[in-house]
Ligand binder design. Structure first.
Ligand SMILES: [Fe+2]
Length: 267
């Protein structure tokens, strides 16, 4: 079984009239023939565009998905309540927030958007300051475009429990865990003064407890715009972000960049 992994496709920011991202991705999938595609969030800044994109890739290969914070943003639509956006995305048949995806007797994919609990921030910052989301003249945009009606710590707990419940249901199988948020400190942004603060919004060290408890074989994530892998204590961590066009090195062709970014796991 061959599974393709990618995230942070950002189709609106990476809009390319001559070579649409969707066409490039489908071309790669047809050539490389994975049996499933896993997208770890941030397809677009509007859930309706995200759903349309998923409908198209799902026709090419079953596409498993968790939303990223951008997919939940309200900047391009009238939906102010983030829960309504989250639930609308939940209607997509292969949204892992709704149900696990059983690959076979041995393997299963479990997922959730996940959230941040500030545990990746430098300890020098008080919680109250992080909650405000502003530092060095920059503001974390989720503060403006996400309306959960609850604190980040509460949202983190809700998604953490949901994910654990789904993993517990299939604890006898080998688990591929998918979150948009980071599950390992190694993937946070290092040696950068501003990110000592903004790492707060990248994920949580507590996902490590779930990975250990359920002996997770793969932890797939996105969000941080790295293309990076790490193997630690029997778990392979994969971050395969397509990123923004202005972050691309070398070719500016979406096809070339997708080819360079997409990761395959063979199980
Ligand atoms: Fe993100």
């Amino acid at each position: 079984m061959k599974a393709a992994v990618i995230s942070d496709i950002h189709i609106d920011i990476n809009h390319n009239e001559k070579e649409p991202v969707i066409d490039s991705l489908r071309k790669v999938l047809v050539q490389d023939m994975p049996e499933i595609l896993i997208i770890a969030g941030d397809i677009s800044n509007d859930y309706q565009k995200t759903l349309e994109f998923l409908k198209q890739t799902d026709r090419t290969v079953p596409t498993l998905f968790v939303p990223g914070n951008h997919d939940l943003w309200n900047i391009e639509n009238q939906q102010q309540d983030t829960w309504k956006i989250y639930n609308a995305l939940g209607n997509y048949q292969h949204n892992l927030c709704t149900q696990n995806y059983i690959i076979n007797d041995e393997w299963v994919v479990c997922g959730e958007c996940g959230w941040y609990d500030y545990s990746f921030a430098d300890r020098e910052f008080p919680i109250e300051l992080i909650q405000e989301g502003s530092y060095m003249q920059r503001k974390w945009k989720d503060k403006d475009y996400i309306k959960w009606g609850k604190k980040d710590a509460e949202i983190f707990e809700i998604f953490y429990s949901k994910l654990e419940k789904k993993m517990n249901e299939v604890k006898d199988k080998k688990i591929i865990m998918v979150t948009h948020m980071l599950t390992h400190k190694e993937f946070t942004v290092r040696d950068h003064p501003m990110w000592k603060f903004f790492n707060a919004f990248l994920g949580s060290s507590r996902y490590g407890e779930l990975i250990k408890k359920y002996d997770v074989k793969y932890s797939i994530m996105g969000h941080v715009h790295y293309r990076k892998e790490l193997e630690e204590k029997g778990t392979r961590y994969i971050c395969a972000c397509l990123n923004y066009t202005n972050e691309w090195e070398g070719s500016i062709s979406p096809y070339d960049q997708i080819k360079q970014t997409i990761k395959y796991i063979n199980i």
